[in-house]
Design a protein around this ligand. Structure first.
Ligand code: FES
Length: 162
């Protein structure tokens, strides 16, 4: 006979099952909202001139090479390379969901996928790195950043059309 005050063993099993199922649904929903953000590494160690090579991104999305502190972003037929740090106070930037751009994890400055400043405490666009294309590879110089306020022409030209 079942006592109403004591837990029903079958009910506890169903509750656990429902809780686990809801947690799985939430995890999948969270993952699908993140969008295509990949961790990448350079194809080879830095060359004598300090540059690094990456495979040309096959589709729109963001790839982050934390070892060389490079963000590679393909968006609307263009590829950009950015310094990983925010131009305000050098905090690491993160990609926003669905290839919507970037956000600083400290003071929340926001930037478009092409690095243009949108809002927040920063006073310039994300720093673009020197970038060229060699066939199916992208060549980036992590030590050659262009700051949009100091060198607007080079900043504007620092992308690869695909
Ligand atoms: S460090 Fe990024 S907005 Fe301040």
């Amino acid at each position: 006979m079942h006592d109403d005050a004591s837990p029903c063993s079958g009910c506890a099993g169903r509750r656990d099952f429902l809780k686990t199922s809801l947690q799985r649904v939430a995890a999948i929903a969270a993952l699908s909202a993140v969008g295509p953000v990949h961790a990448i590494a350079a194809l080879a160690p830095r060359g004598a001139n300090g540059s690094v090579r990456y495979a040309l991104p096959a589709a729109d999305g963001v790839s982050i090479d934390s070892g060389n502190e490079v963000i590679l972003c393909r968006s609307n037929g263009e590829v950009y390379a950015f310094a990983l740090s925010c131009p305000h106070q050098n905090t690491a930037l993160k990609a926003m969901p669905k290839n919507a751009g970037f956000q600083c994890t400290r003071h929340k400055s926001k930037y478009l996928p092409n690095g243009t400043f949108v809002s927040g405490r920063a006073t310039r666009n994300m720093d673009r790195l020197h970038i060229t294309r060699d066939g199916a590879q992208i060549i980036v110089d992590p030590d050659l950043p262009y700051e949009s306020d100091l060198d607007p022409a080079k900043w504007a030209a620092a992308f690869v059309k695909i």
